[in-house]
Ligand binder design. Sequence first.
Ligand code: ATP
Ligand code: MG
Length: 222
Amino acid sequence: MTVKTGMIKMDKLLGGGFPLNERVLLSGGPGSGKTLFALKFLLEGARKKEKCCYVSLNETKDELIRACKGIDTLKDAEKYIGKNLAIEHIPLSESITMKKFIDIIAAYPKIDRLVIDNVNKLLIFAESERSYRLNLSELVKHLKPMGCTLLLCETKNEDIDTGNGESFECDGVLQLSFLDLEEKPMRIITIHKMRYTKFDPKVPHEFVITDKDLKVTDTKII
Ligand SMILES: Nc1ncnc2c1ncn2[C@@H]1O[C@H](COP(=O)(O)OP(=O)(O)OP(=O)(O)O)[C@@H](O)[C@H]1O
Ligand SMILES: [Mg+2]
């Protein structure tokens, strides 16, 4: 059984969608499309009456609603918010540390689709890189019963994680990045890892964001 991303070509590349119960790292630089990809993924589930939740450590609920309003196929998000789509803004502070954050997530009921935007923000509130890795491992354990979790991760340049083990802890790794072609720079998406799934590793595909929709195209970047 698979969990559809909401993007036909993306699902095809994944052999049908994300494997059930997997925790997938979606990494990328600023503006690469992490948040919009995650919102598209959640809305796909919300429309099927699945229980969906966006846990945001960055943007507020209003900011996320505004992001949806800019794209035709995400415009109906508000219809589901407060019903089967929850948007939880958890601003981390000295009082909400990584440990407390894990407790909050561990107390969640089983959710079909969960997004955490973004996991590396927890680094700021970790005592050390070692404690971050240990807590990350603990967090990921609590996510196993969920239908599918997307953990967003901010990265630099060509990195697939922050260097603190996020890509090792997760079952799958997708990377969003930019290709600086002279004629026209483009967004690309690459599957680096998807446990128990057959896929073409490290073949980037074009990822397009317009005011109408988000999609992965047939263009293979060689
Ligand atoms: N309606 C639209 N049409 C075209 N492009 C859009 C539209 N709405 C947003 N974008 C572009 O999509 C980009 C990606 O947005 P998104 O917020 O998903 O990126 P992100 O990877 O989450 O960024 P950050 O690292 O800042 O959180 C935006 O920077 C914007 O340029
Ligand atoms: Mg974002």
